[in-house]
Design a protein around this ligand. Sequence first.
Ligand code: CS2
Ligand code: MN
Length: 350
Amino acid sequence: MKMALRWFGSEFDTVPLWKIKQIPGVQGVISTLYDIPAGEIWEKSRILSLIDEIKSEGLLLLGIESVNVHDAIKAATPLRDKYIENYITTLENLGEAGVNLVCYNFMPVFDWTRTELARKRPDGSTVLAYNQGAVDKLTPEDMFSSLDSDFLLPGWEPERMENIKELFSLYREVTVEKLFDNLVYFLKAIMPVCDRYNIKMAIHPDDPAWEVFGLPRIITNLDGIKRLMNAVDNVHNGVTFCSGSYGTNRENNLPEMIKALPGRIHFAHVRNLRFNSPGDFEEASHLSSDGTFDMYAIMKALYDIGFEGPIRPDHGRMIWGEASMPGYGLYDRALGASYLNGLWEAINKQ
Ligand code: CS2
Ligand code: MN
């Protein structure tokens, strides 16, 4: 495996590359062109300068997270073929620049959802948290106006929220089955360009792993992901294994899922959660004993399947007075990377 950290680019990220470089064992970053809205083509010159910037700090660009998929593709509106063409052009430009890992998700309207950005833990650190009761009280119509003005998650940007009713209406007829078909349609269309440039697509699971706001969810458990792997049976159709997202559903056995997907996991997000009740969880530090998951068993499963792709810690706590994008500070993710590296070394020497 290659240890990585997510980096949103110098314009947006509070963490500079040189600090990431000082974390022992981190070989590179997973990055994106954060300013480009879903659906627009990524110019090759922009991709190349991103790569150069990262290289000049002694790090590698180990993959893209994310090239976001436009809602027209997810909901199969008449514009979907145009947006698929754009996606293909972006993949060509990435492929020509030598990028061969692309993470994306197929969640309608939103990316991951949390209800609190800074829940205080007994040690004074703050964490992202999710409470189903709080979600149940929100309706799409009043969602934006009822949120704090500083409540900003990826996918919840104010310009998108202004069109929230329209976005929801796109999905009125989209059942779970239709959403799955739309994903297969998209993947079949992009596989030729992925084959040509050896680009591994790695779908990120839905987070949380159940329907929120009545929107359909399809990548929530092993059955769903296996069904997708079989529907487009190509190594370039693969998975981002995110322990914290699949792990929101306590029925998902994380190490067993990893073992059931050999050769198809191209990227791993390894983080821990703490459950207070079935409908309430918060993000813990990466250490097993601080949360619910057996992090050793997760890393061991990745080791046992011969995982060679990037692993990154995910969603850190806010500690030591740091302020950053929600979940993406330096300190706790650096602790996470070191802990995961330590587990890997121990497994390797056993
Ligand atoms: C991330 C997601 O924070 C996370 O769990 O992994 O935001 C992820 O980047 C996207 O869903 C992938 O498209
Ligand atoms: Mn993740």
